[in-house]
Design a protein around this ligand. Sequence first.
Ligand code: GLN
Length: 299
Amino acid sequence: MNTKPINSLNSVKHKAAALPTRTIALSLAAALKKLAQTSATARLDGEILLAHVLRKNRAYLRAWPERTLGREERARFHDLIAQRAHGTPIAYLTGRREFWSREFMVTPDVLIPRPETELLIELALSFIPRNKSFTVLDLGTGSGAIAVTLAAERPLARVTATDISEPALQMAQRNAALHRLQNIHFVTSDWFSQLPVRDQFDLIISNPPYIAAGDPHLRQGDVRFEPGIALHSGPSGLDALALIADRARDHLRPGCHLLLEHGFNQAADVKTFLATAGYNRIVHYPDLQGHLRATAATA
Ligand code: GLN
């Protein structure tokens, strides 16, 4: 018969009792040791996770190294460090990630917003006027990082955000509510499938999945924990980009823009898709690493 305690209170106590360290400084040192093998940012990871458990910022940890942790705090920190050692991304452990200076809630149902996607925001904002109504379609919104940022930065814009994933769309809705935005509406849709055929927009924007299905990158680091549906798209990674390039044209007003994020080596393919679909002025833009990461085209 199994005599081990099985209720959760007992197991939390058990974990906490097994932890030898009690102060902030000692807890961080133990975490660093535990993460050093698996994370290139072990010290930072430990600090972020402990600050999260204590509901303080990282400066607090430096100011109060001798503060002792409560039993519950130790248990929670221990558990988060164990998950991080197993590879779980920091953003999923804290449930948050900053994007364009705003906080977004994230869960494993959505891709963690990336700094390179801020390039798409910069370009989109250059197209969206501040003082006029304007319609934007964000395809595959995920956490809502793009849709929410554009709706917040341009209050007169009306943003439609789609996702095929119901849990992702719920996350985007929660992020819109977090930032008190009323100018976004959400549609569960497989790309354009649930949009009325006659719906036309002033800007269509997307960060679709664009990694090749067999790419070894998918088996490394944080992406292992992210939703595959948001990352890979067919054997070459180009399926979603090709579909969007082709179908977006019917949903754009003449002279309006399509804006796509894509892989660092996909600019030429994206250009071919766009040229074939009849767009004008196809322009590629580099990200901060100098990779051609985004392409704009005019309908
Ligand atoms: N840039 C992301 C990565 O390489 C991929 C995002 C995407 O497929 N849209 O992890």
